[in-house]
Design a protein around this ligand. Structure first.
Ligand SMILES: C[S@@+](CC[C@H](N)C(=O)[O-])C[C@H]1O[C@@H](n2cnc3c(N)ncnc32)[C@H](O)[C@@H]1O
Length: 317
């Protein structure tokens, strides 16, 4: 099999198909809340000549790289270095009241994974950094050095769904008394040594711990919990949102928020639904959609993706 270029955007055609009616209206504005390398953004701008893009990313490298890629679209592109929970503030600063489309393509970018020195990949030895925004916040090494055993156990269990959370947390606390854990290879070795032979599990033994540290270091779940309502509130009527999630914790947050916004708020037992109780949104796909078989075969990064989408059907009450 020929290797896949790492920069192929996931679910590109499906996302743009779902967003299309909201990208082609007069005055269309797309918020790409996770601009990354600008793959989705570039395709949307190319296909919809009247579209304005507001691209957010907390990683200044991504903002810069996407800027080069999207330079030819000139004033149609606004890039903002921010956590996506700052979406409303970013729109206010641009004088934009409402938008017609929002896209979230969650998680780390292929660029972040490829930059070994950022410490996201357990397969490459690097300092344990893992910050998407290298200008602020504690690194993974600081979390490993400073959190109590109970806190480490909790994050491995909750954010990594790691069954051996207690065991790994204990080993880390023992080991850091000898020497600090500063590099990914040290952490990978510790986890491998602490994993009982009999425990056969899918994937790399360090996969879940790395995921948990990344989520903790970047406050990923809290940012998403704040950003989704802000994004939905900013959508005009007929505005559309597509969210691509790659792990179950994020997908659960998306599912819950969309379920709440697409349900009637009428009290149980009311014989007729009043207009103000009607849901503000409708789902555009049933449940979570997976990538097509063809995409899964050609782009392994698409294998875990869960796509959810909704459309605003009426204004806020
Ligand atoms: C999967 S990549 C997006 C790739 C992009 N769709 C493309 O086609 O090139 C996710 C991007 O979201 C950014 N990101 C993740 N969490 C974020 C957050 N809470 N706020 C802002 N950006 C975030 C990451 O820095 C990364 O660049």
């Amino acid at each position: 099999m020929t290797p896949t270029p790492v920069h192929v955007p996931v679910a590109l055609e499906r996302s743009l198909e779902l967003l299309a009616p909201a990208l082609s209206v007069e005055g269309a504005v797309l918020v790409d809340a996770t601009l990354g390398l600008g793959g989705h953004a570039e395709a949307a701008l190319e296909r919809h000549p009247g579209l304005t893009l507001v691209g957010l990313d907390r990683d200044s490298d991504a903002i810069e790289r996407a800027g080069e890629r999207l330079a030819r679209f000139g004033a149609r592109v606004h890039r903002v270095h921010t956590v996506y929970s700052g979406l409303r503030t970013a729109l206010d600063a641009l004088g934009i009241d409402s938008v017609t489309a929002v896209l979230f393509d969650l998680g780390v970018s292929s660029m972040q994974l490829d930059q070994a020195e950022r410490g996201f990949a357990y397969a490459q030895d690097a300092p344990l950094d893992m910050r998407m925004d290298r200008t602020s916040g504690p690194t993974a090494a600081a979390v490993l050095a400073e959190y109590s055993e109970a806190e480490l156990r909790r994050i491995f269990y909750q954010y990594g769904e790691e069954k051996l959370a207690a065991r790994f947390a204990r080993r880390i606390v023992e080991s850091r008394q000898e020497q600090p854990l500063e590099r990914s290879s040290q952490l990978v070795e510790l986890i491998a040594a602490a994993t009982p032979r009999a425990v056969q599990r899918a994937g790399h033994p360090a996969k879940r711990v790395f995921q948990a540290l990344r989520i903790e270091v970047n406050g990923e779940l809290a940012a998403l919990e704040a950003a989704l309502p802000a994004a939905l509130d900013s959508l005009a009527v007929k505005g559309r949102i597509v969210v691509l999630a790659y792990q179950s914790l994020e997908d659960r947050i998306v599912k819950r928020e969309l379920a709440a916004r697409t349900s009637s708020t009428a009290p149980a037992g009311l014989p007729v639904e009043l207009p103000e109780h009607r849901a503000e949104f409708r789902l555009l796909v049933r449940g979570a959609e997976l990538a097509s078989d063809a995409e899964r075969a050609s782009n392994p990064r698409s294998i875990p993706v869960r796509l959810r989408a909704a459309e605003r059907v009426r204004g806020a009450a």
